[in-house]
Design a protein around this ligand. Structure first.
Ligand code: NAP
Length: 333
């Protein structure tokens, strides 16, 4: 493809200490060197993209920058023989959209090690409904199951339930036969969460203990925590004997108070979840589940599709915790 060819991308620039976002014309030559050039059909909006789009140095060190940690599209060129022009592929996480131009541009060029074939059983669009949010839900639930958490041991808790990771966690756990209690700050998410399989919905306030006690009544066989902070601290104290808690996010705060008693009296486990550097073999295994036994009917019902021009407002909304379900970004009109 001609390196001087231009395309459209969301570009975040730092101007006088502020981050300014606009749609700009970029050239293929502006993309980094890499083995696989992909024409992006769809991306998705994740909380991390919001951070990257607003100057968070923990996510993106250098600006100007194009965020978008997820991309699904068609190979245009590949110097790696595993991929041929026309192949439908996904590129999610690693450094994509963090310090490498991401899926909010119509083309990306990436190392072949970041690319996987579109899982059979999912269209490009469906794979971006899942995106990193759905993948992280699968990653979290699989860890709980591998830790021995089973439906007959009691209810499970999911925090940030109406968000990307949360809503898929609710749906997958329900599919595995668990009774799922969803924590949500949105009254309006009740219908969505019930339709995904939540049997009980509690408010964020109800999920936080203020008694100061070091250990609470054991309620949960397992927990998928996507928010951190006080909700995670309370979940650890409320997990039943032998249970496990996954931790993947920090929207409620990066720090949490903990003490040893849930660990030494109840033998619970705290499981860290990372999707960015997840090895390719595990990635393919989890995407296979999302495309197969864990595939959720009616993905459209939890999805808002937007064009590049609507990204700016959606980024503001995700950072305010106002997004319900998933946002898929259409790159071409
Ligand atoms: N470790 C990894 O590899 C990995 C991968 C993906 C995502 N993450 C992290 O996981 C978290 C969730 O990501 P996401 O893409 O699902 O984000 P999201 O779609 O924005 O969902 C987050 C949800 O958390 C709840 N929430 C927002 N602000 C809150 C607050 N102050 N206190 C308590 N709950 C709050 C909201 O749900 P309700 O209104 O229903 O409460 C919100 O919808 C983020 O921190 C993200 O960075 C980590």
């Amino acid at each position: 493809m001609n390196e001087s060819e231009s395309f459209c991308a969301l570009v975040v620039r730092e101007e006088e200490g502020c981050c300014v976002r606009s749609l700009e014309e970029r050239r293929i030559a502006d993309l980094p060197k890499g083995e696989v050039l992909i024409r992006v059909a769809y991306s998705s909006l994740n909380y991390k993209d919001g951070l990257s789009a607003t100057g968070n140095r923990g996510v993106t060190r250098r600006y100007p920058h194009t965020p978008g940690i997820d991309a699904a599209g068609v190979v245009v060129e590949s110097s790696e023989p595993r991929f041929r022009p026309g192949d439908e592929v996904l590129a999610c996480c690693y450094d994509l959209g963090m310090n490498s131009p991401g899926g909010f541009g119509q083309y990306i060029r990436v190392p072949a090690a970041w690319v996987m074939r579109r899982p059979s059983g999912l269209t490009l669009w469906e794979s971006m409904v899942y995106g990193t949010g759905g993948f992280t839900a699968a990653n979290s639930v699989e860890r709980l199951l591998a830790c021995g958490v089973r439906p007959e041991q009691g209810k499970v808790l999911v925090s940030g339930a109406s968000g990307g990771v949360g809503c898929f966690s609710v749906a997958i756990l329900a599919r595995e036969g668990f009774k799922v209690t969803a924590v949500s700050g949105k009254e309006s998410a009740r219908e969505l969460l019930t339709s995904l399989g939540a049997t009980e919905i509690i408010s964020r306030e109800q999920a936080v203990d203020h008694s100061g006690r070091l250990i609470l009544k054991g309620k949960w066989a397992g927990v998928v925590d996507t928010v951190g902070g006080e909700i995670l601290a309370t979940a650890l104290k409320s997990t039943r004997y032998g249970g496990a808690v996954t931790c993947c996010g920090n929207v409620a705060g990066p720090e949490f108070a903990a003490n040893v008693f849930p660990f030494i009296l109840r033998g619970i486990a705290l499981l860290g979840i990372d999707s960015a550097e997840c090895p390719m073999a595990r990635r393919e295994m989890l995407w296979g589940k999302l495309a197969g036994e864990w595939k959720i009917p009616g993905l459209a019902a939890i999805t808002t599709e937007i064009g590049l021009a609507e990204l700016d407002g959606a980024i503001t909304r995700i950072l305010k915790g106002q997004v319900q379900g998933r946002v898929v970004v259409r790159l071409w009109d």
